[in-house]
Design a protein. Structure first.
Length: 316
């Protein structure tokens, strides 16, 4: 079976999305050839009265326990760095990326998930209060022990990511080989400085694309690629004001035209555009219903011609 270049985001599995629905979606995703499952140790603290995370990892652990052999069919990614120190303390006070925090978080994640290793372990966000040497050494220790297969960086400025790679080389430990940032076909206005769309860190820019293309060992993952359903003209999911500029209007028109030609949705075209680009990007899609899963799977099998891809790229 051909593996899908699509990651399933399990952020709200075990909280907003109940266990029965989560299990059904996970089963369908894997049966369709899905490979990557992405979560974090802090998911979803904002949905739980305790104010702490871990619910998604615990649900995945129960799913693995009830599905013998399924662990060997998937690649599992989780994250460290954003778990609140106490209820309501995020983002000012989170666990961070000190050695003790990484040690404790990894041990807890392995226990919750019921596994002996994490295929891709993400630093959830940069922790500039901790020396990078300490963070790199801590990750490297666990990689050498076999509990981390690969290391990734999420929401990092590119210069900080490259500095971590250099430090890893100096220390002789595993270097990061994946970047996870926000990205989609629509682009926010330049100089937007909110937490979700800041071009300095947290968004795949042209510089990041060039970096990945010239460093093929670096895999790119994009979160929020469908902008929470905003591509489908949902009244309850409007396009964020950060995207309020003429280019958005033109790109939505191009998406609509191509989706009509292909008899599919704009969301499906966006996912196909991401995965077929140069460099290819693995979208992380948070799927909460069978309908959304159908859209994601149809997109995973949708192939854009070079001309169709060029038509989308040339709109700005």
């Amino acid at each position: 079976m051909r593996m899908l270049n699509l990651a399933l985001g399990a952020m709200e599995y075990g909280t907003r999305i109940d266990e029965e629905t989560s299990f059904r979606l996970l089963d369908a995703y894997v049966d369709a050839g899905g490979e990557w499952i992405d979560t974090a140790n802090c998911y979803a603290f904002w949905q739980d009265p305790s104010g702490h995370g871990g619910q998604s990892e615990e649900l995945l652990g129960r799913w693995f326990a009830q599905r013998p052999g399924v662990r060997d069919r998937v690649k599992l990614a989780t994250k460290v760095g954003c778990e609140p120190l106490w209820p309501g303390s995020y983002p000012e006070h989170a666990e961070g990326l000190g050695a003790k925090a990484i040690d404790a978080a990894l041990e807890t994640s392995l226990r919750r998930l019921g596994v002996d290793h994490i295929d891709l372990y993400w630093a959830h966000r940069d922790d500039r209060s901790t020396p990078q040497e300490e963070t790199v050494a801590a990750f490297g220790k666990h990689a050498a022990a076999g509990t981390i297969g690969r290391l990734g960086l999420s929401n990092y400025a590119l210069w900080r990511a490259e500095r971590m790679r250099g430090l890893a080389g100096e220390l002789g430990v595993m270097a990061p080989s994946a970047l996870q940032l926000r990205y989609s076909y629509l682009q926010p206005r330049p100089f937007v400085r909110d937490h979700a769309h800041d071009h300095r860190f947290g968004w795949i820019t042209d510089e990041v694309l060039d970096y990945a293309q010239n460093n093929p060992e670096q895999q790119l993952f994009a979160y929020s690629p469908l902008m929470s359903g905003a591509y489908e003209n949902r009244a309850d999911r409007p396009i964020d004001p950060a995207f309020d500029h003429p280019g958005t209007t033109r790109r939505l028109e191009a998406l609509t035209d191509l989706a009509t030609t292909l008899n599919t949705t704009r969301s499906a075209v966006v996912l196909a555009w991401l995965t077929a680009g140069t460099p290819a990007i693995t979208p992380i899609v948070g799927i909460s219903t069978p309908t959304y899963l159908t859209t994601a799977l149809s997109a995973a099998h949708l192939t854009l011609t070079p001309e169709q891809h060029r038509q989308l790229d040339e709109v700005w």
